[in-house]
Ligand binder design. Sequence first.
Ligand code: SF4
Length: 272
Amino acid sequence: MIKVIKIKAKRAFNPSKIPGAKYVINQYIGCQIACSYCYAKFVSRWYNYGEWGDWVIVKENMPELVKNKYLKGKIYMSSISDAYQPIEAKIKLTRKVLENMNKNIELVILTKSSLVLRDIDIFKEFNDIEVGLTINGFNNKIKREIEPFSSTHNKRVEALKNLHKNGIKTYAFISPIIPDLVDVGNIIDETKDFVDYYWMELLNLKVSGKEFKNWLKQNYQSAYEILNEKPKLESYMEKIVDAVKRKNVNIKGISINYSKIVKCCDRNGNSK
Ligand code: SF4
């Protein structure tokens, strides 16, 4: 059973170092989707509520805090949580935040849940909004093991399709790219008709945690070796970049170990 901690936050928006974002907003801290590789797991050290995925902090005054606030620059929703994690279906905190938010804010949302479709009516009120789904195509067995409470791959793809059909700017965040487990080319082929742009990210093994590293080493030795050995990794990344360039889609970048971004290609396949 999930432990829910209700708090009152002091402010809604915080400055961010995430590439492309000026601020972030997190109406939740903690995430029930419970991905075992989650880079935000470090947050558990700040609190004493148990394992990542077992608790969630609800900032219940966030709908009030965003009222009449406007900040210039892109604002990313949910950097240490998922705005559409299971609890959201019941308490609708994200929906209330969106309802009260200034609709001129440049908002970017990323989720692993098809619950995002519930809020299409509010997305349409924003003048500059992008809604992304993290896509990785893990099969059901792997998904159950490493991101147990996310929507299935098919539901996420359908969500992108539906958002696009409703006139919302969409992006697919292909992440985490794990050699042998994620077929980037296939994902692009499956989604390119309803995705405005792509972001990609190689698994950051360093911050994925000891347990996840062990899981990968035991179950997917070759992927583990590629991610650990520089020459193998460079050759793998060259193949990925070549493959995606041939797809003629708009790729904003491929993030490698968070700080290094490989600029890739625009919709016409031109190098950036
Ligand atoms: S959905 Fe995102 S924030 Fe939630 S556990 Fe997974 S990686 Fe972490």
